[in-house]
Design a binder for this molecule. Structure first.
Ligand code: SAH
Length: 193
């Protein structure tokens, strides 16, 4: 039957930890697929932050979630046209320490400008900020693309960051197809304290 794909594994890990009414973050909303998934988990009482630096991505995400409003299933959607490195500044202070999950899908948006690619420095700042606003038991997922140009260095830096987190603060996990070194892979970080 094969193993779960990297994206399905990320969804599984998030689904197990997010409850209706939660606040969550999509750090790289792109086409809004993960944002829609998160909205389904939080339901109309939840709050979903969606970050992207491309207007096109914010527009596509709003469009993808629009039908939820008609069905009365729309969470409070905060679409933010800014870098995910500034998560702390955009997530309202009352939600700091309460966020259930933050999902990241790094690299570039297929079908859009491939030069708008995530950058190692801001990616690590974003992961750090996301971990900071999580509640204990909350999770950060990061899908990495070592096969893209520049993606290999970013993936290695993020892996080093995750590996160096103190075990009392967080538990980290790597999910990767061992025979496919250039395939996308997943790092998940569960906050402990
Ligand atoms: N690589 C994935 C898609 C990633 S989409 C795939 O192949 O399916 C990554 C998204 O991150 C893009 O929409 C891009 O605009 C966005 N992005 C790039 N830098 C960002 C930043 N600093 N903050 C927030 N979003 C960013």
């Amino acid at each position: 039957m094969g193993f779960l794909s990297v994206l399905s594994m990320a969804h599984r890990l998030v689904q197990e930890r997010v409850q209706p009414g939660d606040a969550v973050i999509d750090g790289t909303c792109g086409n809004g697929v993960d944002t829609l998934f998160l909205a389904g988990l939080t339901g109309p009482r939840g709050t979903v932050y969606a970050f992207d630096v491309q207007e096109q991505a914010i527009a596509r995400t709003r469009e993808r979630l629009a039908p939820l409003a008609e069905e009365g299933r729309m969470p409070s959607l905060r679409a933010v046209l800014d870098s995910h490195a500034r998560i702390r500044e955009h997530v309202e202070p009352a939600l700091h320490g309460k966020v259930g999950a933050a999902m990241f899908n790094f690299g570039y948006l297929p079908g859009a400008d491939p030069s708008v690619i995530t950058q190692t420095r801001s990616s690590i700042d974003a992961l750090e900020a996301a971990l900071g606003v999580l509640r204990p038991g909350g999770i950060v997922t990061a899908v990495l693309y070592p096969g893209h140009e520049g993606g290999d260095a970013e993936a290695a830096a993020i892996e080093a960051w995750a590996s160096a987190l103190p075990q009392v603060a967080a538990q980290t996990m790597l999910y990767r197809m061992a025979q496919k070194p250039t395939a996308p892979y997943l790092i998940a970080v569960e906050k402990r304290t």
